[in-house]
Design a protein around this ligand. Structure first.
Ligand SMILES: [Fe+2]
Ligand SMILES: [Fe+2]
Length: 160
């Protein structure tokens, strides 16, 4: 069950949930369960997309009100979102090209896992910067009424 979200800092829990969904996809890959791995990748991508889109639509405009922080501009977050989605599109097509039962299957899975490690690093750094700069800044620049309203709108978009 999701914890209560009383402030923006608590949204870090949603990052942990996304990480868990991605690991479930990787569990299936390790077991060479290709259809299950593909299904879980789709599920992760859908959740990730809702998360990124809700941040861009609701959180980054409010974040833009604050003074600029080097290494954590709204544009940087948006361009990283784009890169994350590009990675996922690549994984989807690489996974679709793997042949169940073929001799090259294990090597193909290893190649995919290597590429996914790069993705996990990018994603981790992105989330860390949001948790260090974006969420605390949002807590600082909003009053309680706006915080509650914005959090509710954000959660309504990502928890579908
Ligand atoms: Fe983000
Ligand atoms: Fe995020």
């Amino acid at each position: 069950m999701s914890p209560p979200f009383s402030d923006f800092a608590s949204l870090a829990a949603l990052h942990r949930e996304l990480e868990e969904l991605f690991l479930q996809h990787q569990d299936a890959l390790l077991d060479l369960e290709l259809p299950l791995a593909a299904e879980r990748l789709d599920r992760f991508e859908a959740a990730q997309r809702l998360h990124l889109e809700a941040e861009e639509a609701l959180l980054l405009p409010v974040f833009s009100r604050a003074e600029r922080i080097r290494g954590a501009s709204p544009d940087l977050f948006t361009s990283e979102h784009q890169r994350l989605l590009e990675f996922l599109a690549r994984f989807r097509s690489e996974l679709a090209s793997l042949q169940p039962g073929s001799t090259g299957l294990r090597r193909g899975v290893l190649r995919l896992l290597d590429a996914e490690t790069t993705f996990k690093h990018l994603s981790h750094h992105h989330e860390l910067r949001e948790e260090t700069y974006l969420f605390p800044t949002l807590d600082r620049v909003t009053d309680e009424a706006e915080r509650r309203e914005l959090l509710a709108a954000f959660l309504a978009r990502v928890k579908r």
